[in-house]
Design a protein around this ligand. Sequence first.
Ligand code: KIV
Length: 265
Amino acid sequence: MTKISTTRLDEMKASGEKIVSLTAYDASFATVLDEAGIEIILVGDSLGMVLHGEDSTLNVTMEDMIYHTRQVVTGTRHAMIVVDMPYKSYLNPAQALSNAKRLLNEGGADVVKLERGEQNICEIVRHIVSHDIPVCGHLGLTPQSIEELGGYKVQGRDPAAAKQIKLDALALQEAGASMLVLECVPSSLAASITSELGIPVIGIGAGAECDGQVLVIYDILGISGHQAKFSKDFLGAAHSIQDAVKTYVSAVKSGDFPAIEHQFS
Ligand code: KIV
């Protein structure tokens, strides 16, 4: 089976086939996801919360991301591996490029992901992309800005905030981002951004109209301590972790997940 490329994701957006993604942080889970046919494995800095037990992603380091990316790469044959650039690892274009190269060269990442979409972030994206490193943007609820956002809250509910998220999405695309994660925004806003952008939009708490869906693996296995509205425990009704992951893949592909109760208005 061939490795998933950004071209393949573009084709899936064009044809309307849903893109499926989950997080993984080690080789064993990566193999389960890969064998279930997941297109994107995200080595998220959510590992700071679900592996390290912290209440934010802010203490995750480059060394953490490289360590876990190497494990995921070992367990993966087919899926694209997108890796989060940790907090404060992309403060300026030179530092961002140097750290993005480390995630590819030392970790084995295929794509790097960074949060927010202001002008300085778009300059950083442009710089990384100009060195042939694919970038995934991340807008809406951006966990690295949790202190500024005042908590894990739905973003883009008022018209000005919605307009800004859409402008940021267009600016990230213009800067060369290959795809975008939209987290915790009203479904109508995500639908409108998904139809305006040429690049794939992967939602988490962003409704059913996105080109694809991503969730944290421990959330779909019901072991994160709490069930967010936008997530679902797929293990409860399954016989095994493999079965739960396959059920999630089928539910995203068929459009059964996310259902209305997992969405924000
Ligand atoms: O870190 C992460 O797992 C993420 C997802 C929640 C999108 O960024």
